[in-house]
Write a protein that binds this ligand. Structure first.
Ligand SMILES: C[S@@+](CC[C@H](N)C(=O)[O-])C[C@H]1O[C@@H](n2cnc3c(N)ncnc32)[C@H](O)[C@@H]1O
Length: 233
């Protein structure tokens, strides 16, 4: 994917089937990985939280459960179609969740004040932004001192065997499944995006450069993905 509009269009196009495909492609496991990211973000009761690149809102909804009615959650994405689905899933007056503010915006230029959030999550977003260092700087800027962020994403595993398995899974399961829903190109981009995406170790180095003193990458799912946990001091 080369430019911002192209990325936006892809995520707008896949919005109607995105949740169904996630469940199918991960055998429902993405729900567990997202819960892990929320725990690692250390979001708690009464907190003000951000889910960056929120898409259809899975992580924002999990955050809302953690912060309760005294807290508040923002979900930010630049795909209007994904945000429309997120809005339809969050009915503030019929649930005990905190209200979620769905905001159209750019992860590279966040519309929030410095030192604003108690916790931030980001799921499968960092690999899709055009400028990873800039995104990490923005995350650092809007986090409060002592607050944490948890960034969940796929990456290439270091073990050659697991790399082979990941490629097989992408070529023979992910792309054909997406193809059945008329979305071949939209999912074929995952493999080249993984080739460009930093490894866990590289993500930690980029986080340090962005100003995070504490950065740890936890590999999960056979090291085919991981959670980068950041703390601002
Ligand atoms: C793979 S989806 C992940 C959605 C959701 N976080 C999840 O885990 O299901 C990536 C999301 O990142 C959003 N995105 C990519 N680049 C962005 C940017 N620069 N600013 C805001 N959103 C962006 C896309 O619109 C898309 O909804």
């Amino acid at each position: 994917m080369s430019d911002r509009t192209e990325i936006q269009e892809i995520f707008n196009r896949i919005a109607p089937v995105y949740d169904r495909l996630n469940d199918r492609l991960s055998f429902g496991q993405h729900r567990i990985w997202k819960q892990m990211a929320v725990k690692w973000s250390r979001a708690g009761s009464g907190d003000l939280c951000l889910d960056l690149c929120c898409g259809s809102g899975d992580l924002a909804l999990l955050l809302a459960r953690e912060v309760g009615t005294r807290g508040k959650v923002f979900g930010l994405d630049f795909s209007v179609e994904q945000l429309a689905i997120a809005r339809s899933r969050n009915k503030p007056f019929t649930s005990k969740l905190s209200p979620i503010v769905w905001r159209e915006g750019d992860a590279l230029d966040l519309p929030f004040a410095d030192n604003y959030f108690d916790a931030i999550t980001m799921g499968y977003g960092l690999r899709n932004v055009l400028d990873i260092p800039r995104c990490l700087q923005e995350l650092h800027r809007v986090l409060k001192p002592n607050a944490s962020a948890a960034i969940l994403d796929m990456h290439r595993p270091s073990s050659p065997l697991m790399r082979q398995f990941q490629q097989w899974y992408l070529d023979y399961f992910v792309v054909p499944t997406a193809q059945m829903m008329g979305l071949t190109e939209e999912y074929a981009y995952i493999s080249p995006s993984l080739d460009k995406f930093p490894t866990g170790k590289e993500q930690v180095a980029l986080a340090h450069k962005a100003g995070f003193v504490k950065a740890t990458h936890y590999p999960i799912a056979g090291a085919m993905m991981g959670v980068l946990v950041l703390k601002k001091v």
